[in-house]
Design a protein around this ligand. Structure first.
Ligand SMILES: [Zn+2]
Length: 316
């Protein structure tokens, strides 16, 4: 086997060990949660609409803006318990309709696509957890069994239905993302219909019910570009709570090379040699991938050296 299972130079954002123990056994223990909340070392941040406040330090590091719980704005908020660290510090997120105003000049709101690249593994993991819970809460306010409005429980990790008693858990939707290579070791990149000119990336799609992830890789590639795939090798995963995906990254070997795009999802797809892709980056014909995406790491793994990346705009 090749050595692609061990991505070299750059880590995959949102994937590294965070040092946070989610301590799920405390989520139903109201007395423990109350004590943890009021403990002086506890740290709290606000999540709102997928954003949190981050602070760019003069030395270049970026941190999630967190406060002790006694400074936190608690009125009419949902409180999510996110876990504890090795020093016993507890972390909570508060979901609010707006981020709090800040006196510090350097604090600014950011979404996870941007913050996930800048923050430490711990802070990025805390934010990803909170954003995922917020997205799920927002989209699952009613019972899928009986239609009644549900109520939040388990420190943000369950919604209960008071009418029929159903318990609803946060959902995570597995999606596959794959870099397909052919027998000449060229990489297959596609352009989605709604993407700007010049943006190419790896193919991706959702796992369907009753399907293995390997089957999903082969099906998505065939559906989108008409290329058949043989060997599939898992590389790494990345939480992608936009709103609730888990990206499962693969390298896949094509067993055919003729491209027929579906025209529906994928508008254009091309095989690139390393030289061709490097030249296309240089000339601007192909835009660099977003730095946070696992797609950039899969591509880099094949390319064999760092590729240029870009940060998302403020809207992301
Ligand atoms: Zn119900």
């Amino acid at each position: 086997m090749s050595t692609i299972s061990n991505p070299g130079h750059r880590p995959i954002s949102l994937t590294a060990p965070s040092g946070i123990d989610r301590a799920a056994h405390h989520r139903l223990d109201e007395a423990w949660l109350a004590a943890a909340w009021s403990h002086p070392t506890t740290r709290v941040f606000v999540v709102s609409g997928g954003q949190a406040l981050i602070d760019d330090a003069p030395d270049g590091g970026t941190t999630l803006v967190m406060t002790p719980s006694f400074e936190a704005p608690v009125t009419e908020t949902h409180r999510y318990f996110l876990g504890t660290d090795e020093d016993g510090v507890s972390y909570f997120a508060l979901q609010k309709d707006a981020l709090p105003g800040r006196m510090d000049q350097s604090a600014r709101p950011a979404g996870l696509r941007e913050a996930g690249l800048l923050l430490s593994a711990r802070d990025a993991a805390l934010m990803a957890h909170a954003v995922a819970l917020e997205n799920w809460q927002r989209l699952h306010r009613f019972c899928s069994r009986c239609g009644e409005r549900t109520v939040i429980a388990a420190a943000g990790h369950i919604r209960r239905c008071p009418a029929c008693g159903a318990e609803h858990y946060p959902r995570t939707d597995p999606a596959v993302i794959m870099l397909v290579t052919d027998e000449e070791d060229r990489a297959l990149l596609g352009r989605q219909v709604h993407w700007p000119e010049g943006r190419f990336s790896t193919l991706a799609g959702f796992v369907e019910p009753g399907e293995s992830i390997e089957q999903s890789v082969a099906r998505e590639v065939y559906e989108e570009v008409g290329v058949t795939v043989g060997e599939v090798e898992y590389v790494a995963s990345q939480p992608w709570p936009f709103p609730s995906s888990l990206m499962l990254g693969f390298m896949a070997r094509a067993t055919s090379s003729e491209i027929t795009v579906d025209g529906d999802e994928i508008e254009e797809a091309r095989w690139f040699s390393r030289e061709e892709l490097g030249a296309a980056f240089d000339s601007g014909d192909v835009l660099p991938p977003y730095g946070i995406s696992i797609a950039a790491r899969l591509l880099e793994l094949w390319y064999g050296k760092p590729i240029p990346t870009r940060a998302p705009g403020p809207a992301a």
